[in-house]
Ligand binder design. Structure first.
Ligand SMILES: Nc1nc2c(ncn2[C@@H]2O[C@H](COP(=O)(O)OP(=O)(O)OP(=O)(O)O)[C@@H](O)[C@H]2O)c(=O)[nH]1
Length: 182
């Protein structure tokens, strides 16, 4: 089967780890320095259930509650990774606003989304509970994961789950067996 092209955008408040998750997924490394992103595009080929996907991953600039949703991210994207930090209640509030704006701009009631609570390695600084994250994702019919870009925990799963949600949206429920992400 020919590879499928999938365009994915990473969105969320500043400093939640969007770039770190992208770099961990694409390059398999964690960079500890903080360099605010304007916009970065990564590409990666990944295989899930014997299907190759050419992923174009767009790492967007951090947004806050006042940002106007950048309209360029509402077109030609198949799915979204919405990231907050489990150490920042503010980032959790902002992700709700970003999600509302996303649906509004797209004029849709449903968009394939994985909600990600990042920085689980900083568990002593946690201010957003797993239950809160899960509840929010359920209300969106989104997938939910807690991750650590630093420890490479559940990072590949983000993209695996999003690719499956996109397949479902396209009317192709995937086979449950042989789930391999590389
Ligand atoms: N401990 C820990 N630190 C992390 C993790 N992910 C990111 N960081 C750190 O958090 C800071 C911000 O990470 P970035 O990946 O640049 O965050 P971003 O969301 O892309 O930030 P903007 O470009 O401002 O939107 C950096 O210092 C990272 O090293 C994580 O899982 N654990």
């Amino acid at each position: 089967m020919p590879p499928k092209e999938r365009n994915i955008a990473m969105m969320g408040y500043r400093s939640v780890g969007k770039s770190s998750l992208s770099i961990q997924f694409v390059e398999g490394q964690f960079v500890d320095s903080y360099d605010p992103t304007i916009e970065n595009t990564f590409t990666k080929i990944t295989r899930v259930n014997s299907q190759d996907y050419n992923i174009k991953l767009v790492d967007t600039a951090g947004q806050d509650e006042y940002s106007i949703f950048p309209v360029q991210y509402s077109m030609d994207f198949h799915g979204y990774v919405l990231v907050y930090s489990i150490t920042s209640q503010k980032s959790f509030e902002v992700i709700k606003i970003i999600y509302e704006k996303l649906l509004d701009v797209m004029g849709k009631k449903y968009v394939p989304v994985v909600l990600v609570g990042n920085k689980t390695d900083l568990h002593q600084e946690r201010t957003v509970s797993t239950e809160e994250g899960k509840k929010l994702a359920d209300s969106w019919r989104a997938a939910f994961l807690e991750t650590s870009a630093k420890q490479n925990e559940s990072v590949g799963d983000i993209f695996h789950q999003l690719l499956m949600l996109i397949e479902n949206e396209n009317g192709n429920p995937p086979e449950k067996s042989s789930c391999i992400v590389s």
